[in-house]
Design a binder for this molecule. Structure first.
Ligand code: NDP
Length: 279
C-alpha cells in the first residue's frame, strides 16, 4: 500500500513557517487581488486566498471590477498596483470576461509582483533556471516531492497534460532537477506506453479516474493534480483511480487533500518572497 503524501498537513506546516518568518523579519507583505465580473467559483477561490493571507499576516486588498470593465481600465489598475510600494504581489483571478485580453493583462503585471508566475518574463527565467516566480500548482508539486525526500535526479518523470499553468512549468521544473522528462497530451498515441515507464507520474488532465492501475509502474510515485467531479457520486476526485492505483505504487497524493492545498500555500510563499525581494 502506498504512503500518502499529505498535502493538507504539509500546506499547514508551510503556512505556519511563513507566519513565523513574517513576524521574525518584520515583513509587511500585501497581496492585491483583482476580480473582474461575477464568476461564482472565482469568488470562492478569492475568499480562500483571503483567509490564508489573514492566517499568515499578509495584508489582502481586493479590487472588484464590474463585468463591463474595459481593457484600458484594467491595465490602468494593474499599472497603479505595479507602482505602489506597499503592494508586494498582484494576482489577477481568472477567468476574466471574454471581451478582455488576459494575456496582455498578465504581461502587464510587473514580473517582480507576479506571484502567480504567469508573466512571460518569469516563465523565461524558469526556462533558464534563474530565480523566478513559479506557477503555484507545479511549485506545490515540487515542494511535495522535496518534503517527502523523493529522489528526482536520473528518474523518468512523465507528465500528463501540457497547460501553461501546470504541465509546461512542471516539465521545466523536473528537468532542472535532472529528471528525464516525458510529456504527454491529448494527441499522444498509446499513452500507457509512456506512463508505465514513469518513476514519477504526474497527471494534470482534468478527467475523473483517467489513470488506471494497469497504466502505472509498480512502486512509482504518483501525483494527482486533477480536480474533477465524479458524475456518479458527486464527490471531488482526481485524475487517478486512487483505490486501485494506491495498491500498486510507493507514494500517492489524495484528492482532496493533496495538491490543492499546496497551491494556496505556495501562493502565500510567493507573496512573502516578493515582500522579501522588495525590502
Ligand atoms: P487544461 O484543460 O488546460 O489541460 C489539460 C491537459 O490535459 C491538456 O494539455 C490536454 O492535452 C491534456 N489531455 C486531455 N485529454 C487527454 C488525454 N486523453 N490524454 C492525455 N492528455 C490529455 O487543464 P489544467 O492544466 O488547467 O488543469 C488540469 C487539471 O488540474 C484540472 O482537473 C484542473 O481542475 C486541475 N487543477 C488543479 C489545481 C490545484 O490546485 N490542484 C490547479 C490547476 C488545475 P492538449 O494540450 O493536447 O489539449
Amino acid at each position: 500500500m502506498a504512503e500518502i503524501i499529505n498535502g493538507k498537513e504539509l500546506a499547514k506546516k508551510i503556512r505556519k513557517e511563513l507566519k513565523e518568518e513574517v513576524i521574525e523579519k518584520g515583513l509587511k507583505p500585501k497581496l492585491a487581488v483583482i476580480l473582474v465580473g461575477n464568476d461564482e467559483a472565482s469568488k470562492i477561490y478569492v475568499r480562500n486566498k483571503n483567509r490564508a493571507c489573514e492566517e499568515i499576516g499578509i495584508e489582502f486588498e481586493e479590487h472588484l471590477l464590474p463585468e463591463e470593465t474595459t481593457m484600458e481600465e484594467l491595465l490602468k489598475l494593474i499599472n497603479e498596483l505595479n507602482e505602489r510600494k506597499d503592494v508586494s504581489g498582484i494576482l489577477l483571478q481568472s477567468p476574466i470576461p471574454k471581451h478582455l485580453d488576459i494575456k496582455t493583462a498578465f504581461e502587464t503585471i510587473s514580473p517582480e509582483k507576479d506571484v502567480d508566475g504567469f508573466n512571460p518574463i518569469n516563465i523565461g527565467r524558469l526556462e533558464i533556471n534563474e530565480p523566478a516566480f513559479v506557477s503555484c500548482t507545479p511549485f506545490g508539486v515540487m515542494k511535495m516531492l522535496k518534503e517527502y525526500k523523493i529522489h528526482i535526479e536520473g528518474k523518468t518523470a512523465v507528465v500528463i497534460g501540457r497547460s501553461n499553468i501546470v504541465g509546461k512549468p512542471l516539465i521545466q521544473l523536473l528537468l532542472n532537477k535532472n529528471a528525464t522528462v516525458i510529456v504527454t497530451h491529448s494527441k499522444t498515441r498509446e499513452l500507457e506506453k509512456y506512463t508505465k515507464q514513469a518513476d514519477i507520474l504526474i497527471s494534470a488532465v482534468g478527467k475523473a479516474k483517467f489513470v488506471k492501475a494497469d497504466m502505472v509502474k509498480e512502486g512509482a510515485v504518483v501525483i494527482d493534480v486533477g480536480i474533477n467531479r465524479d458524475t456518479n457520486t458527486g464527490k471531488v476526485v482526481g485524475d487517478i483511480d486512487y483505490e486501485e492505483v494506491s495498491k500498486k505504487v510507493s507514494y500517492i497524493t489524495p484528492v482532496p487533500g493533496g495538491v490543492g492545498p499546496m497551491t494556496i500555500a505556495m501562493l502565500m510563499h510567493n507573496v512573502v518572497q516578493a515582500a522579501k525581494n522588495q525590502n
